[in-house]
Each structure stands twice: as structure tokens, then as C-alpha cells.
Design a protein around this ligand. Structure first.
Ligand code: SAM
Length: 392
């Protein structure tokens, strides 16, 4: 890609990352600052309104403390400060996509060329033009991303990948590190500490998208073969070209994690990072079943997401649930209620092996960040990631 000297605030510049002119960069920086301002200055007002108005109102009406997030939602939605914050939060999301779409559109041709000219010296790519995109992706522009991960506007499109790569950086306000790899790096660091004897021969990353979280597995397990699957062809083309430019050997293929073409017992470690909340309840069950088929005896399945609702104060649960209603994330709430032990029982995993942990952010800045609070749409993980899983 043609490069400018404009500082991209530390996002790593691999060959596929879209460049920005000064105006585009200023727009993106504005969105990043706007999101930060909403998180640190505006959002805390919600709690004040909750404590001073909503809790007393609920107590007066019911004689009890608030009982669940739905009751809180009903009352908070009548409060102007919440309405104001919520509409700004939604606007910031729409502005974010626009701010990354514009430079990608301007450099579309170069990006298509860069992807189609990418070598396969390290990574491989297998696409399946007949793969049916699951309805939970085709029916909604997930997290307001126009066209989501799979839409192709032209042959061999990569725009969705280019848009996603930059948008994640802005969304997380840079707190996922220069490679946007904090979720994978944090998960693998946790696995290395807690399963020191694990020496996986083959690793599968489900819903790998552009490969942000996949790469850390290569670095942590240099002797393993690493595979990444996704339903979206544009993100996979981008992932392949990105990995090539970084000299990383990953086998990417376009497959639905609910039913793959890998043989039984092929993997010793299967991971996913922020995939589960984007799949339906039924799909997640299929994925768990498929993981059981694909794992070798004693192999590990691990999923990483933002923390579950069960141990959260009700107000935080309510705030986290905003995405379910206003950020086109219909499965967000349900995914935060998954009980790993039930999954293990239902799909034949070793129930005693179930683990649930808060993995500390591998990216140091995440730990130190002043915005270390959990709130809706917090994909910087507030300094921790929820890792849960089990062994076959
Ligand atoms: C939020 S992105 C995850 C990004 C990536 N794992 C990371 O950590 O950067 C979710 C990805 O999961 C993919 N996905 C959703 N459902 C899937 C399924 N059933 N099979 C394979 N991929 C799926 C989407 O296309 C999308 O690229």
C-alpha cells in the first residue's frame, strides 16, 4: 500500500493496512476521542442517575431493590441523561464505521491488488464460494458494520477485512495493542500458565476474521500447525495477505464452525475469541458439538469473551447489555449467560475439567489504562478477558 508519514497512533503497519490522509486520520482520531469521552466522562452519569433516581423509584414502587436488568432498563430508558448517552454511543459506532470506510473506499483498487498479488510463502487460503452464510450473520449488520464480514461488493473483495482491522483499533481506543491481538495474546498467555504441559500439534481458531488473535498462537506454540476458519471470504483474503506480510504461517479456510471438513480428533487445542456472542444459541450448541468431534482425547476447547453477567452487579449487567438492543448484537445478552458446566455435560466433555477465568490483558497498556471499567461495548476488556473452556 502507498504509505504516508502520518502517525497512526501505533497501529502496526503491515502491507494490507489502509493508509489515511490527514482528513481521514483526523476523523478517525475524533471518533476515538469521542468514544473515550463517552466512556470516561458521559457514561459515569448513568450510574449517578441510577443511584439517585432509578433505585429509589423502584424501591418506592415495589418495596424492593432492583431485581433484574430488564426492570432497570425500563426505568433507565425514561431518563434523559441515559437517552442522551445511548444515542451518542450509537452515533459513535456509526461514525466509526464511516471513518474507516472512506479511506478503504479510496484505496479499494490498491487493496484488491495487494491481496490478489499476495504470495503464499507462509500462509494458505482456501475459500468455498458455495458456503452458506448463516442467517445470524446475513440477517443483521452485526455491530452496525455495514455488510458485516461476508458481503462482497466486487470479485475477490477484501474491503470488509480492511475496514474491520482499522475499526477494531479505533473501537478499542488502541487498548488492544498495535497488532489488535490482545484477546489472543491474553488467552494464550493464560493457557501457557495454566496448562504448562500442553504441547498442541494442531490448533484451530474459530471465527478468526482477519487473524488478529490467531497470530499469538504461532508465537506461543512455534511447533504447532495453526488453522483459522471464518465464514467471511473478504476477511479471510485480508487475513491471508496480512499474515503473509507478517511472515506468519497460518492455514485459513472458509468454513462454518458449526460443521467443518476437518477429520475427527484433528486438533489438540480449539480456541475462539469474541466469536460466541456473534452466534445464535443454536449455533453455539452446534459449535460445541463440533469442537468435541474435532478434539483429540484430552484436547482443550477455550472461548474468550467479555465477562459473564452472573458475577456482576445488576447495574453493570444492565450497561453491558446495551449492545443487545442498540448495537445490532442480538446474541450478546444470551451469550453472557452461557454456563460452561452445562455445555460440558450436554456435549460429553470432562465436566471436572471445566475452567472459567479472568485472564489479565497481555497488552500492558490495557492494565494501566485509566478507562479500566466495564461498560457496554467494552472490547478492550477492561484489563481482563473471560476465558472459559473444558477438556475432552
Ligand atoms: C468479532 S469477530 C472475531 C474476530 C477475531 N476472532 C479476533 O479475535 O480478532 C467474529 C468472527 O466470527 C466469524 N463467525 C461468526 N460465526 C461463525 C461461524 N459459525 N463459523 C465461522 N466463523 C464465524 C465472523 O465472520 C467474524 O469474522
Amino acid at each position: 500500500m502507498p504509505q504516508s508519514n502520518i502517525d497512526t497512533s501505533s497501529q502496526f503497519k503491515h502491507d494490507m493496512l489502509a493508509d489515511f490522509d490527514a482528513d481521514e486520520f483526523a476523523r478517525q482520531e475524533f471518533v476515538k476521542s469521542f468514544k473515550l469521552h463517552l466512556a470516561t466522562t458521559i457514561s459515569p452519569g448513568n450510574k449517578a442517575v441510577y443511584e439517585t433516581k432509578v433505585v429509589p423509584q423502584i424501591k418506592e414502587e415495589t418495596g424492593k431493590e432492583p431485581q433484574d436488568r430488564f426492570q432497570i432498563k425500563k426505568k433507565m430508558e425514561q431518563q434523559q441523561p441515559y437517552q442522551f448517552w445511548s444515542s451518542l454511543q450509537r452515533s459513535s459506532q456509526e461514525m466509526m464505521w464511516k471513518s474507516v470506510q472512506l479511506p478503504v473506499e479510496r484505496q479499494w483498487k490498491e487493496l484488491l491488488d495487494a491481496s490478489s498479488e499476495a504470495s503464499s510463502d507462509y500462509s494458505t487460503l482456501e475459500l468455498d464460494p458455495d458456503l452458506e452464510i448463516p442467517k445470524y450473520h446475513s440477517a443483521v449488520d452485526i455491530h452496525c458494520m455495514p455488510g458485516a464480514y461476508h458481503t462482497e461488493q466486487t470479485e475477490n473483495d477484501v474491503a470488509a477485512g480492511a475496514i474491520y482491522d482499522r475499526a477494531v483499533y479505533i473501537y478499542a481506543m488502541g487498548r488492544m495493542g498495535p497488532y489488535n491481538d490482545d484477546i489472543g495474546a491474553s488467552t494464550v498467555a493464560w493457557l501457557k500458565t495454566n496448562f504448562p504441559d500442553l504441547k498442541p500439534k494442531r490448533i484451530l481458531d474459530l471465527g478468526c476474521s482477519v487473524g488478529h488473535s490467531t497470530v499469538p498462537y504461532l508465537d506461543a506454540y512455534p511447533d504447532a500447525e495453526v488453522y483459522g476458519i471464518d465464514v467471511g471470504a473478504p476477511v479471510l483474503r485480508y487475513a491471508h495477505a496480512r499474515a503473509e506480510s507478517m511472515g506468519k504461517k497460518i492455514h485459513f479456510s472458509q468454513q462454518n464452525a458449526e460443521k467443518t471438513n476437518f477429520p475427527d480428533g484433528h486438533f489438540d487445542l480449539i480456541v475462539s475469541h469474541i466469536l460466541v456472542h456473534e452466534t445464535s444459541k443454536k449455533a453455539f450448541k452446534n459449535i460445541a458439538k463440533e469442537c468435541h468431534r474435532l478434539l483429540s482425547k484430552g484436547g482443550i476447547m477455550a472461548h474468550t469473551e467479555t465477562p459473564p453477567y452472573k458475577d456482576m452487579p445488576l447495574f453493570d449487567e444492565f450497561m453491558m447489555d446495551w449492545d443487545t438492543y442498540y448495537n445490532n448484537e442480538p446474541f450478546w445478552g444470551g451469550s453472557h449467560l452461557i454456563e460452561p458446566k452445562q455445555v460440558a455435560e450436554e456435549f460429553g466433555f470432562d465436566v471436572d475439567s471445566v475452567f472459567e477465568a479472568m485472564a489479565p490483558s497481555a497488552f500492558e497498556a490495557g492494565e494501566k489504562d485509566q478507562t479500566k471499567l466495564l461498560q457496554c461495548g467494552d472490547f478492550a476488556g477492561a484489563g481482563v478477558w473471560y476465558v472459559y473452556g473444558m477438556q475432552k
